[in-house]
Design a protein around this ligand. Structure first.
Ligand code: XUL
Ligand code: CO
Length: 439
């Protein structure tokens, strides 16, 4: 018998076309539409984040919960977790979303000790397995919450207490087992409290080595259990700590190289984390793609006027289209996807608000993707880039990069030809105008 949940009254959202006035219809997300040789659903692989959608209650540092989430008030926390899972899968039905993501703590209550926490978790993983049998929504990735409980206040892998390192290792092992058992395509590690507030109490060298070792253990375990998915690190420059070790794409790449993991681990890039690092999302995506470590995306937006992680649903068409343009140029997301790491505002208290938020986010990204695909098919932006570097298409120029020349031989040729290179326009406004025509 179908369980009644907060979302039971809502019908499954369908594609109705751009002219539709129905606020709960997809206007651009026509999941089976073929674009660039694949279905839209396979390009985008949208996911709902369990934490923001099911485990968040609207409280903030200044005020009490505002969102009515009946499962949070159940005196039996395990029954509450099952009710939450019922609501989650009902929400997935309403949105017709292909994937979801979770932390261990989103789906199951914590415990005072490790074994209680693991028992709760395993029981709920079994329950999710049952729910997934009756649903078409799959697991994009699993992860461990190694930051909420006070035991993690000084970090998980980077904690000064080796017992916290061991507790975290055990937790991640079980989260990886669960991800494998539920058929997840990726396993994500966001550095939570892996960072520091002050060097007065922090041995930076030791902590980064601990983090490197932890990640190596994770990668070894992945191979031992035959997990065919991707291991992903999610960079973030600050919040909760002032200095997060996984600052941005370039920092994480240096870290991976140092511990010999650059071919084992990719990145889960988040739009607002990029902004907090002083980058654009497209910069982070293009950098990861160029380093061969683009894995998956957490979609959201920040508020440029605020310096923290507001995790709002994305709505800037140009930002999202340019980000997805670089995803397409990189060959797509493969096993990754587009996870809405986004939450409704504290005043959005109707259950339908959660649906409006996702419908808007999904449709926004689908529309942005169609624009990005059009830019790729059109080819003029790519051609402009090619033209700009066309000077490198000669043997003499290529030779300088391929090792056939030394600094002296390059100098000799430059002097012999008495080079006097003339500046050429970068044409930025012309290119920006061209981009504008696709919107
Ligand atoms: C925190 C954040 C996390 C990760 C998963 O800013 O983005 O929710 O996505 O731990
Ligand atoms: Co995230």
């Amino acid at each position: 018998m179908a369980t009644t949940t907060l979302f039971s009254d809502l019908d499954t959202v369908r594609f109705a076309g751009p002219d539709s006035d129905d606020p709960l219809a997809y206007r651009y997300y026509d999941a089976d539409r073929m674009v660039l040789g694949r279905r839209l659903r396979d390009h985008l692989r949208f996911a709902v984040a369990y934490w923001h959608s099911l485990a968040m209650n609207g409280s903030d540092p200044f005020g009490a919960p505002t969102l009515h989430r009946p499962w949070m008030r159940n005196p039996d926390p395990m029954q509450g977790a099952r009710d939450k899972a019922d609501a989650a899968f009902d929400l997935f039905r309403v949105l017709d979303v292909p994937f979801y993501t979770f932390h261990d703590r989103d789906i199951a209550p914590d415990g005072d000790d490790l074994n209680t926490a693991l028992r709760n978790f395993r029981e709920m993983v079994d329950y999710l397995g049952l729910k997934m049998q009756g649903s078409s929504t799959k697991l994009l990735w699993g992860t461990a919450n190694l930051f909420s409980h006070p035991r993690f206040m000084a970090g998980a892998a980077t904690n000064p207490d080796p017992d916290v390192f061991a507790f975290s290792a055990a937790t991640v092992k079980h989260c990886m087992d669960a991800t494998l058992a539920l058929g997840g395509d990726n396993y994500v590690l966001w550095g939570g409290r892996e960072g520091y507030e002050t060097l007065l109490n922090t041995d930076l060298t030791r902590e980064i080595d601990q983090l490197g070792r932890f990640l190596s253990l994770v990668v070894e375990y992945k191979h031992r259990i035959g997990f065919g998915g991707q291991i992903l690190i999610e960079p973030k420059p600050k919040e909760p700590t002032a200095h997060q070790y996984d600052f941005d794409t370039a920092t994480v790449y240096g870290f991976l190289r140092r511990y010999g993991l650059e071919n084992e681990v990719k990145l889960n890039l988040e739009a607002n984390h990029a902004l907090l690092a002083g980058h654009s999302f497209e910069h982070e995506i293009a950098t990861a793609a160029s380093l061969g470590i683009l894995g998956s995306l957490d979609l959201n937006r920040g508020d440029p006027l605020l310096g923290w992680d507001t995790d709002q649903f994305p709505n800037s068409l140009q930002d999202t289209a340019m980000a997805l343009y670089h995803v397409i140029k990189a060959g797509g997301l493969g096993l990754g996807g587009c996870n809405f790491d986004a939450k409704i505002r504290r005043q959005s208290i109707d259950p339908a608000d959660l649906v409006h938020a996702h419908v808007g986010g999904i449709d926004h990204c689908a529309r942005a993707f169609l624009i990005a695909a059009h830019m790729v098919e059109d080819g003029r932006l790519e051609q402009a880039l090619k033209d700009r570097y066309a000077g490198w298409d000669t043997d003499a120029a290529r030779d300088m990069l391929s090792g056939g020349q030394t600094l002296e031989s390059i100098a000799a040729r430059a002097e012999e030809q008495n080079l006097s290179p003339q500046p050429r326009s970068g044409g930025q406004e012309r290119l920006e105008n061209l981009v504008g025509r696709f919107f």
